[in-house]
Design a binder for this molecule. Sequence first.
Ligand code: 4AD
Length: 466
Amino acid sequence: MDYKIRTKIAKILLKDAVDVNTEITILGLVRSVRVSKEVAFIDVNDGSCIGNIQAVFANPNTNPTLDKVTTGSSVRIKGKLIESAGKGQKFEIEGHSVDIIGEADSSYPLQKKRHSFEFLREIAHLRPRSNTFGAVNRMRSKLAYAVHKFYQDLGFYYIHTPIVSTSDCEGAGDLFRVSTMDFKNMPKTKDGSIDWDKDFFGDEAYLTVSGQLEGEIMATALGDIYTFGPTFRAENSNTARHASEFWMIEPEMAWAELEDNMDLAEAFIKYLINFAFDECEDDMKFFGQWVDKELFASLESVMKAEFERISYTDAIKLLEDSKEKFEYPVKWGVDMQTEHERFLTEKAIKKPVIVYDYPEVIKPFYMYVNDDGKTVRGMDVLVPRVGEIIGGSQREHRLDVLNDRIKKKGMDNMESYYWYTDLRKYGTVPHAGFGLGFERAIMYITGMANIRDVISFPRVPRWAKF
Ligand code: 4AD
């Protein structure tokens, strides 16, 4: 069979690139089918865009295959493209023949009705065939391209950082161990502790929580770089915004300070939104209509707005002075909780907010220490509906300050980070960077409310199916 002669539905509906009266072949899955005595309708989707194309067959009794077509089966339809007289569709196919390539059993779970997202998660192998998840996956692809385009156009180099790592960049300890040792029979050292020297890498190894530290190596050599890869966190937080495996984009700029970092973060988010409107119009319309009716208004206002930049100290004051009842109390020095972050961006300031200059004690060792000695040049970007979408900082590039901070944080294994301090020992360079959670960005741009529904095969506590 020659599959190459088929016409993709996107070419007809999105690109308007097929002339009417052309004989075409459509290959796709049946979304719905109605056969009566006089006429038969088959709605087909081929995944190239959200729209279906309808094939209309006159005199169905002359074509016995029509009676066998069921929802979910894969078909080849041949016919003539014509302008549609029906409402809501520009084109349809005057069907000449239909072949069933693969029947769908009558138990096919995706019938023509709305299914709950919870139900669809249980059938993650079939949900990409639904409207919502088709759209989500096309958006992921387009926005991944937008990420590369944004940085490549700015002259950043894409670098690959390791997935298996021996460092805990964030120091949060939420690590998945990588080991080939037999858990039932772990080799021990003389003092009875586990002998990691006998393990595959001769050391304790984990799945990476961030490519940042290796990203800094590259930035101090190549200038501006970015990473875009999978990231793993074993946080036991069963929230709608946390995944155990997610994708992170981490730009790192040499010769840059905190303000440059903020400028880049703001430009990056706006670029992605703009790209979604320009290049994913069809799928975006779907999200605006079916997922979140406020989506377009909210994103359009963000594009026009300047992100509010507010110090941690002022943000805490704002929270303390508010009449809002928080579950977690606020005072200077606490790590802000989601409820605080969302209050700032959704209620108090009502637009994206960049909070900066956090207390030194709650932030990792690598952040640049301000002259006050109490705060560091870290920043978080908070957006309505999602909360924190970006975390980053200016990096500590002064060797003595970095060493002091490492000691103060009680990081006893710091000899293994000699390579990180070497970057400061040999030709140190002020630099800064951040991480954007790709799934959180997709949630923000599509209005999808749960991270499990913006990554094809979510990994969260107690769930790694498919
Ligand atoms: O704020 P985080 O932990 O920052 C870092 O990892 C830095 N090393 C980045 C850097 O400076 N190069 O994480 C950055 C972003 C968060 O703002 C969030 O969007 C996302 O990564 N993120 C998660 N997304 C989904 N599930 C999780 N469990 C996430 N943890 C962080």
